[in-house]
Design a protein around this ligand. Sequence first.
Ligand SMILES: Cc1ncc(COP(=O)(O)O)c(C=O)c1O
Length: 373
Amino acid sequence: MNKVLRARDAVLRMKEYHPPLSGRTGLRLDFNENTGEPSPRVAAVLQRLACADLTRYPERASVEAVLAKFLAVSQEQVLLTNGVDEGVHLICETYLEPGDEVVIVVPTFSMYEIYAQSTGAKVVSIPADPEMGFEFPTKTVLRSIGAETRLIAIANPNNPTGTAVNRRDLLAIADAAPQAAVLVDEAYFDFFGETVLDAIARFPNLFVARTFSKAYGLAGLRIGALAGSEEQMRLLRKVSSPYNVNAIALTCLPEALDDPGFVKDYVAEVLQGRARLMVQLAFHGIPYWISQANFVLARIGALHREFVAEMRQRGILVRDRSSDPGCDGCVRMTVGKAEHTDRLLITLPEVLATIGWTAPAARKPASRARSVP
Ligand SMILES: Cc1ncc(COP(=O)(O)O)c(C=O)c1O
């Protein structure tokens, strides 16, 4: 008799995923976090927290009411989650059976594939073409929808490309796949400003995810949210732990939401920095994709490893994305506070000179030209 504990086949088939989270000392431009601090209102409420507050289980509902008001939806339409990551997991657990199809457009956020695979679902990856500016292949997505399609996950704007899909296409996809959950992950909404949140009442299969890990600077607290139709959210609540979001995160969120000026100022700083970074990349002849998020993906080429290592040597962490589909030689750089962008922009020519980088003269700047939205 085989006495070895065996995981489910779906789990055995999964690849391991180890994002480079350890030893991150320096200026963190590698995970698209806020590069400064959260709102001072968050700092103040943390000071007031007493140790005794930690002895109680967290109360999620009252904070959901605050968030619902903030998002202009009903409390029944939102669920707070342990980051968007958990929201994706809950959607997979609620809707996917082994063999079901999940449609994603790659490159994209890794967790869609990971959670989908863990259920035994089949992931259908549709490539976006870097030479076409990673434009979202709406027609191909629509054509790939079949009776087995049970989830379509779309990051808008997308990570790692920074490109966005227009609302009309997103809603056309939701309309064409009533049998599938359509997740529009708006983790970078604050830097983009467009949403389909208002459409959740019209499309019972549409879910919108938001995170407080990016513009709000609360990545370490792990707090995000899902919004969807009341009926579907009731099902997700059945799957969710009632204690999924910790008490500290729940204490901080209302304070963070109550300081819209903080996010507005941070976003303004990021948008300026993003424009400056794109200008500098163009100046050095580095192909990049026009981004709607708080990062820019650039094609460094064959010297991408040296680029990342030399940046690290100078105390700046950027993320090598060269193994993502269509991202050969690509590096993603987060844009944060102005002083951090200054540092990145001062270091950039230095690193390019050190690695002996030369602009790809023969190469048409097709990807850049086509990435104009
Ligand atoms: C598209 C996208 N969704 C979700 C997340 C993670 O969000 P959270 O920290 O809320 O789990 C990320 C983080 O990089 C992301 O890029």
